[in-house]
Write a protein of this length. Structure first.
Lengths: 248, 146
């Protein structure tokens, strides 16, 4: 017995130049906001960008994008609808308002199903909003998408960073490329996360100050890109992602 | 807002079988290469009723997409009944997707795991069940000549 779906995942992503998983060992650090802002920023830079919400049990990128009624098109698989200029895929299309109580094996199966049926087409970047932790979704992506790169998000809290550190160590052990670490919701000038990040041998990409305007910008991509988060992510995209793209 | 996403599902046609056919052919080719088969004579596919894969569309898609490696291949497509098993009380039951509304059935067709959002244990009403059998598409065997 063989699962045929995994055989076409490479083909589905063959026209996507780079795949960036926005990830964190800890929940509540702002991964979805960072992932969505990054995707919108790259699209604003003129890139073709996809956004894939892999946080199946707590999807939120559709709210951040302010996505409205969307029609799914089928063309030998599912063609992700364009939402705010992004090719956008989420389990929300299939569960609506209902909770999705999925165990690990179900998460893996749903992830493989969506990876095997989604026709992303030609993309410069596919940004993936990961669920928190180092469980099934991270391990599956590492197994199924060999050229995935990770962007790690933390907050200044040591509670968050200690967990994030474990994720970073795991990804290093698995020899997965890590673009660097973004410190979100920074409220003071302490540089402990920066120092600790360097000790791990990772790039500290930037600090996003705590900004109440971010909450008000939810659902409005123009406002979001104008927040402090939008500006820092803009620098990260230009300096650490697009710059690297040109070098390749 | 999420509701409006769900409403959108109704517009999709049941044509996901093409991507599944592509996956079956790619997977059978990988197995043939591993087994050093020069030609594939028979491929047996099992499709779970939960995903409501249309056998005739799958067969048509396979015939349209097949490469010379599959020139003489007989595709056997078998069905598997869907059995769900509650993790809380142990109840096992079979589900008839045809009795569900069209939108829900279509959502489950594309991603069978979303059944957890719509189906509950018939005895204790928990959504914590496993799909014991009949989930999606499986390649059961690939036979050929070396």
């Amino acid at each position: 017995m063989a699962d045929p779906r995994t055989s076409v995942i490479d083909e589905r992503l063959s026209r996507t130049r780079r795949i960036i998983a926005v990830s964190s060992g800890k929940g509540g650090v702002g991964k979805s906001m960072v992932a969505t802002t990054l995707a919108l920023t790259l699209a604003n830079e003129g890139c073709r960008v996809g956004l894939f919400d892999l946080d199946f049990t707590g999807p939120s990128t559709h709210i951040i994008l302010g996505a409205q009624k969307t029609v799914l098109k089928e063309e030998k698989g599912i063609v992700p609808p364009t939402v705010q200029g992004l090719q956008y895929m989420s389990l929300i299309y299939f569960v609506g308002d209902n909770p999705a109580p999925l165990r690990g094996a179900d998460v893996s199966n749903a992830l493989i199903e969506l990876l095997s049926v989604t026709q992303w087409g030609q993309l410069d970047f596919l940004v993936i909003d990961m669920p928190p932790g180092i469980g099934d979704a991270v391990l599956d992506l590492v197994r199924l998408i060999k050229r995935i790169e990770f962007l790690i998000v933390t907050t200044p809290s040591m509670l968050a960073f200690e967990t994030v550190k474990k994720q970073a160590i795991l990804l290093c052990e698995l020899k997965m490329p890590i673009l660097g670490l973004v410190e979100n919701m920074k409220i003071d000038r302490a540089n402990i996360v920066r120092v600790e990040t360097k000790k791990l041998g990772l790039s500290y990409l930037g600090a996003i100050p705590f900004d109440p305007q971010v909450e008000e910008a939810i659902g409005n991509e123009t406002k979001l890109l104008g927040t402090a988060m939008g500006k820092v992510i803009g620098e990260v995209a230009r300096n650490a992602i697009c710059a690297e793209k040109k070098e390749r | 807002m999420a509701k409006s996403f769900l409403n959108a599902i109704g517009i999709i046609e049941f044509m996901h079988e093409w991507s599944l056919a592509e996956a079956v052919l790619a997977s059978a080719k990988e197995i043939a290469e591993k087994e050093k088969l020069k030609e594939i004579l028979e491929v047996t596919i099992r499709i779970g009723e939960l995903q409501q894969v249309e056998r005739s569309i799958l067969r048509f898609a396979l015939s349209e997409m097949k490469t010379p490696l599959f020139k003489c291949t007989k595709f056997r497509i078998l069905k598997a009944k869907t059995t769900l098993r509650c993790r809380v009380c142990g109840t096992e039951w079979q589900v008839d997707i045809n009795k569900m509304d069209k939108e829900t059935a279509e959502a489950i067709h594309f991603v069978p795991e979303v059944a957890h959002s719509y189906i509950k244990c018939t005895k204790c009403h928990s959504p914590d069940f496993e799909i014991a059998s009949g989930r999606g598409v499986w390649l059961e065997s690939v036979k050929g000549a070396k």
